[in-house]
Design a protein. Structure first.
Lengths: 173, 357
């Protein structure tokens, strides 16, 4: 996909696209990062980039979700992942884990999931996150330039590897 | 009858309507496939649980307000392009520059789907605007790209493991710059190989989608292959307490390329002329020496200035962010790229570069 530089300024359809796709873009990043605050930071970066691009309006949703997944995975793999882990522990987990013991388990699990995701091959990780964010097989195929048939294979391998990474990690703790 | 693929079984789990009737019929009566289906279902369930976000409520209004507070400064034309949202970009830009310098071979190629088609003995920065980094065309629109290797950095426990895995020694740093301390993390990137096969048909379809015509391919190009190899690479990265990378040294085997048909320069010039490539970038890339010894190193021109200095007896490229917060130096010697970069001054980065063991 070639993306041309605009003559300057922000594209006029930015607000419309933002309102339609912001929750989904945050959702994709949140699945990767496990932190809504960080996911919103990622979404801001992605929409700023989109606003200056000339991505055709019809391809916006796919472009944004793929960009969100990549940006979030980059963040996960960068040195910032450590602070991401710390941040999340303080903010997000208690909502899902009211009990202290549960919170401890959830915290450890959260770190393991992020580490496992970071170890997946990039294409598998993106396909996995997009599918689990509610994109259909055809949408994932279009967004990643895969055939619809190979989306299932890619997602299947990602899930299998994710489970193995989590098992391996659990047995080493 | 042949068993359906694991991908078909996976789709049966959550989008059965997308699976052909004969595959569904087969699975229903096949113990092997039913077992595979059950296993796919279990893994899918695990993934759904661990990736669950609890459907966070997202405040679209607040998000829009934040974006508009950042974006209009950009839209307003202006002198000097000092935008109010520069601080928001600084952290990612620093991280990106570090990654570019450290893992210039495999990292850049993988990040941009653009594969340097040059045997490298020298590094020359290509100054690009940030959005043009995104604009580099994905070659898969012009043919088939088969990539072997992951091209993603993986963390290893120590320098010895990094060397064992890649055959490259992590450069030893004597005195660290002020403000950098502690033990680094070690990263490796395995060797990445890509074979690009040009397809006139596919390139024509891509051009048509852009409303343009495909320039006539040079004779013999259709179906000819380019093999590009990059990496392996190793890096040591020091981080701040916040987790932000603050300093890094790295080494990578420089990218090489060969073709089995049309000479490189011809392929390169033709690729550069394809619809989807901004003219300015194409012009800059065309400036590369014809002896194919230069690694194009895209850096965001808005943020970075480039100069040269001598390191290790060769000419090195020095990059400095315009706000002075970040500097890096990269050079190539005997087919190996070495880079040093960090949130330090140019003098500090050069001092470390010249004292590497």
């Amino acid at each position: 996909m070639g993306v041309r530089e605009r003559a300057g300024g922000i594209r006029p359809d930015l607000e419309e696209v933002f309102r339609a796709d912001y929750p989904r873009v945050v959702g994709v990043a949140a699945r990767v990062l496990g932190s809504r605050d960080q996911a919103e930071d990622v979404a801001q970066e992605v929409f700023l980039a989109f606003g200056r691009s000339a991505v055709p309006a019809g391809e916006a949703a796919g472009w944004l979700t793929v960009a969100a997944a990549h940006t979030a995975l980059n963040l996960l793999r960068s040195g910032r992942r450590r602070s991401a882990r710390e941040e999340v522990v303080g903010r997000d987990q208690p909502v899902e884990a009211p009990d202290v013991a549960d919170a401890v388990v959830a915290r450890a699990e959260h770190g393991r999931v992020r580490a496992a995701l970071a170890r997946l091959p990039r294409r598998q990780a993106v396909a996995l996150v997009l599918r689990h964010s509610g994109l259909s097989y055809d949408e994932v195929a279009a967004a990643l330039d895969l055939s619809p048939g190979s989306v299932g294979t890619t997602v299947r391998r990602a899930e299998s590897r994710l489970r193995k990474e989590l098992d391996r990690d659990a047995s080493s703790h | 009858m042949r068993h359906p693929t694991e991908g078909v079984l996976r789709r049966l789990v959550d989008e059965p309507a997308g699976v052909a009737d004969h595959d569904r019929a087969h699975v229903a009566g096949c113990a092997t496939c039913l077992a595979g289906l059950e296993s796919a279902r279990a893994d899918a369930r695990t993934a759904a649980v661990v990736l669950g976000t609890g459907a966070p409520a997202v405040d679209v209004e607040a998000g829009w307000a934040r974006l508009t507070a950042a974006a209009p400064a950009r839209a307003a034309s202006v002198p000097a392009r000092r935008r109010s949202w520069a601080p928001a970009l600084r952290r990612p830009a620093v991280a990106a520059l570090g990654a570019v310098v450290v893992l210039s071979g495999a990292g850049v190629a993988a990040a941009n789907d653009w594969l340097p088609v040059f045997r490298t003995e020298q590094v020359q920065p290509v100054l690009l605007a940030e959005d043009e980094l995104v604009a580099l065309p994905d070659l898969s629109a012009f043919g088939d790209v088969e990539v072997t290797g992951e091209g993603e950095p993986a963390e290893v426990p120590d320098a010895a493991t990094a060397e064992e895995r890649t055959g490259l020694a992590v450069p030893g740093v004597g005195d660290l710059p002020t403000g950098v301390d502690g033990d680094p993390e070690h990263l490796v990137v395995d060797r990445l190989e890509a074979v690009f096969t040009f397809s006139a048909e596919q390139a024509a379809a891509t051009a048509a989608a852009e409303g343009e015509e495909l320039p006539a391919p040079p004779p013999g190009l259709d179906g000819s292959r380019i093999r590009l190899q990059a990496g392996p690479a190793v890096a040591a990265v020091w981080t701040q307490d916040s987790g932000l990378p603050v300093f890094a040294v790295g080494r990578a085997v420089a990218p090489t390329a060969d073709s089995d048909g049309v000479p490189f320069e011809v392929v390169r010039d033709y690729l550069l002329s394809l619809p989807g490539m901004p003219d300015r970038v194409a012009d800059q890339l065309r400036d590369f020496s014809a002896d194919a010894r230069t690694l194009p190193l895209p850096v965001p021109a808005e943020m970075v200035t480039a100069s040269t200095a001598e390191v290790d007896g060769v000419e090195a490229t020095v990059l400095e962010s315009r706000d002075g917060a970040m500097a890096g130096v990269v050079w190539v010697r005997d087919g190996v790229i070495t880079g040093v970069a960090g949130a330090v001054s140019t003098d500090e980065v050069l001092a470390v570069a010249r004292s590497l063991r």
